[in-house]
Design a protein around this ligand. Sequence first.
Ligand SMILES: Cc1cc2nc3c(=O)[nH]c(=O)nc-3n(C[C@H](O)[C@H](O)[C@H](O)COP(=O)(O)O)c2cc1C
Ligand code: SF4
Length: 410
Amino acid sequence: MITNEQIMWTRKSSGLTMSQFARWLGVDVQRLMNWEAGMHSPPADVEARIRKIAETIADAERSVGCFRPFEMRHMKLRNRLVFPPMVTRYADKVGLVTPRIMKHYQAVARGGVGLVVLEATSVRMQSKLAGLGIWDDAQARVLKSLVDAIHAEGAAVAIQVADGLRFTGRRPADLSEEEVEEIIGAFVAGTIRAFQAEADAVELHGAHSYTLADFLSRRANLRKDHYGGPPEHRVEIVRQIIGRVREQWPHPNIIGVRINGEDFVAGGNTLRDSCAIAAELEEAGADYIHVSAGARHEDGVNSYSMSRCEPNAGFADATNIHFAQEVKQVVGIPVIGVGKIPTTGLATRLIEEGKCDLVGMGRAILADYDLPRKEKAGAGDQVRRCIYCNKCLEAIWQERPAECVLWEEE
Ligand SMILES: Cc1cc2nc3c(=O)[nH]c(=O)nc-3n(C[C@H](O)[C@H](O)[C@H](O)COP(=O)(O)O)c2cc1C
Ligand code: SF4
């Protein structure tokens, strides 16, 4: 039986006055007041009408904000929720897809996000990160099965391509021009392989002190040639990568770039640098900017900079969103905001306030793959909520698979 609270919620959510709502239902105001006070219940036919109205209102509420579809060139997203790149250590030692990684990303996609960005996927073996690899064609062929599995669940797929120069102990200024060319070539080849594997998009990893981030960085890039100096030169390596992919790949696949909004390290990029870089990237042909923060390694893995990349329970929700908001002021392409955004309700608010176009939700979805689906269905109380303890991240640093501590409670 319908409760008096449900009747009142429906009337208030309809935006009608008491008398207008009563007229709509074809009853007098006093009867409606009695039902809302819980003194009587409406007859079955009126109850059915109220339920129908409530359903329509709830549907309308769910189709706003983060659950509205989004289009980026040819890429159609069913909603504006993004699973951001998160290394899992579920790939095998040579960066190949495994049954476990398939199951993980399938579950993420089934949970309802619009875009899944696959974890940092290395373009060079000699400086690889801990995730997937895309430095040869055999890896790309297997990646295609992962892309297909995600598509089958209704989500679009981006592959984050990355390189870890810092693991070799070198920085941009240590590289000869030929070595820079070699890195550009590896990113171009990796991007084209990702497109051959039918990924809708590639996200160039230019954040968190990996190779491209080091080139973008005021502090790490001390080159004296056209790859170093002011922001427009520091972007040159990414400009070359995007330009060459566009020359060599005839289809309109998306190329996005992940950058830091702020490095949070002395002498590193500030928001002002990041805005200048984002504007240059747009001019270079980037289709979107994904604004993360921190994780520069100069001050160690327990530094403040690191903590801003994966803000823990001590930080306010959406603590990095103002970086996305400022970047959005200087570019016309879509901007993804990310960082401790625990609910689709907050995601909706950030979109509606114009702070970003798409919202990344990483750990919240790792804790409960079905979060988007559950919240969309109004079952937010059934979501297993991330507590932002960062044990999943610790696992990665300790060379273990990224598992959520809350899964043990199952
Ligand atoms: C276990 C783990 C692995 C991550 N791996 C990557 C990665 O491969 N590439 C990347 O750009 N960011 C990586 N990140 C950062 C996330 O993409 C994301 O920006 C961060 O977790 C903040 O978002 P959240 O609060 O929604 O989790 C990782 C974070 C975690 C917790
Ligand atoms: S391990 Fe902690 S931070 Fe990571 S997803 Fe689970 S609850 Fe969230």
